[in-house]
Design a protein around this ligand. Structure first.
Ligand code: LLP
Length: 433
């Protein structure tokens, strides 16, 4: 993956290319063949923009890298639930990984069949389980004995006696990632211990409707290296060895992306090569989210004010932690660039949002050309866990989402900007007294 921002196009022109879909051309930031400023002029800010071309290319790249494992990819909707994004991935052949009835509904609305969906999550309600089974769900990843009992009894109502479940192993392995994104250490709420899984597999006949033919692990997101993944996989393989009926191994998500210009994401091919010999007797399922959509999306914002205070320059933009929560929640780094390339000398800038929280800093201590009110900026690599984690905090309507089609030229508003009226829907207008 190319992450260095500088490269030469033609013989003399120096351009910044972030990835094959996002680059400056003649000083303007473009997504595929679309000038982002022209979209902003129509739709306003804050605004998410996604390249369907880039995200389908990412999907194909991951599929190709994991071809030696014949891995089936289920896109993790929690990373980006936009219907146009889901439709594009479905056209490319993806299944979906859902963690709620709401996500299953989204996948179905995008045209997926129940059998192409895996349903995961630590706290599935009975209604959600019923909804999943009613829609012919492909797999349920199980994290709790009580949940297994619900699944078995609901499956009986539907006369389904071969409902496929994958027990989720907590391998007691700590992944190299942000602590909030690590899920495989023993103290985490996720998965079942090896002992519990052994016990369940020994007593399978207690659950007559269930086909125990899979095992699931997901040790975390934005995984720094393959060491913990391999350690977890080895534990999983040792656990399932006595049960030859277990043929499907779901390795979850976690493939990392480069958030900083100077970073390079680790090679997927190298990871697949390490995994392949261990998994030759199994069929493999992956649940990538971030690696498919992160670098296909931008959050575009307008500079509202600039102030110098306490020896710092603050650029207050019209996007905040409500629209992109990752910097406030994880101290995450998103590169930020102006839509118009500038050649003025950069100054250290604090890019902040309007929300009443000191954590509402989108980009800290960045070298940026001096920004003026009215300038537009783009927060990069915001296609994953951006809009899906957006909230209405401070009664801020959620942003619009625009997608650029696979042809690279046509774009449309995929989801309109929320209105203040939308936010009051569902609240009673009748006065209490
Ligand atoms: N499968 C399971 C069971 C998961 O819990 C997750 C992510 C995925 C797949 C997809 O993982 P990915 O390929 O995207 O790493 N909000 C955080 C990330 C939390 C991820 C939660 N689970 C962020 O903004 O970085």
């Amino acid at each position: 993956m190319r992450v260095s921002p500088f490269c030469f196009i033609g013989s003399r022109e120096l351009a910044m290319v972030f990835n094959p879909s996002i680059r400056y051309e003649a000083g303007c930031l473009k997504i595929d063949d679309v000038d982002i400023e022209s979209v902003v002029n129509d739709v306003g800010t804050p605004l998410y923009v996604y390249s369907l071309k880039r995200l389908t290319a990412n999907y194909q790249r991951i599929r190709k890298a994991f071809a030696p494992l014949s891995a089936r990819l289920h896109f993790s909707i929690k990373a980006n639930g936009n219907l146009d994004v889901l439709r594009a991935l479905k056209r490319a052949g993806a299944g979906f990984d859902c963690v709620s009835g709401g996500e299953i509904y989204r996948a179905l609305m995008a045209g997926a069949k129940g059998r192409d969906i895996v349903f995961a999550g630590v706290g599935k309600t009975r209604d959600e389980i019923r909804y999943a089974i009613h829609n012919g769900i492909g797999w349920i990843n199980v994290e709790n004995i009580g949940e297994l009992e619900h699944i078995d009894s609901i499956a009986a109502e539907y006369d389904s006696d071969n409902l496929r479940v994958a027990l989720r192993l907590n391998p007691e392995v700590t992944a190299a990632t942000h602590p909030y994104m690590a899920t495989g250490h023993g103290a985490a709420k996720f998965g079942l211990t090896a002992d519990v899984i052994r016990e369940l597999l020994r007593r399978q006949e207690r659950y007559p409707q269930i086909d125990f033919s899979g095992i699931h692990i997901h040790i975390g997101s934005q995984l720094g290296d393959s060491e913990a993944t391999l350690a977890a996989l080895d534990k999983l393989l040792a656990l399932v060895k006595p049960w030859p009926q277990i043929k499907k191994i779901n390795l979850g998500g976690g493939l990392p992306v480069a958030y900083r210009f100077e970073e390079t994401a680790p090679s997927l091919e190298a990871l697949a090569e390490e995994l392949a010999p261990r998994l030759k007797d199994y069929t493999v399922l992956l649940e990538p989210g971030r690696s498919v959509v992160a670098d296909a999306g931008l959050l575009v914002a307008e500079v509202l004010y600039v102030k110098r205070q306490a020896d710092q320059v603050f650029a207050v933009i019209d996007a905040s932690m409500a629209e992109l929560m990752r910097p406030a929640l994880y101290g995450a780094h998103h590169e930020i660039v102006p839509l118009r390339e500038a050649d003025e000398e950069s100054i250290t800038t604090q890019v902040v949002g309007p929300v009443c929280e000191s954590a509402d800093v989108l980009a800290r201590d960045r070298q940026l050309p001096p920004l003026q009110p009215g300038d537009k900026v783009a927060l990069m690599t915001a296609g994953a866990y951006g809009m899906t984690m957006a909230s209405n905090y401070n009664a801020r309507p959620r942003p619009a989402e625009v997608v650029v089609a696979e042809d690279g030229m046509s774009w449309r508003v995929s989801r309109r900007r929320e209105t203040v009226e939308d936010m009051l829907k569902g609240e009673t207008s009748i006065r209490w007294s």
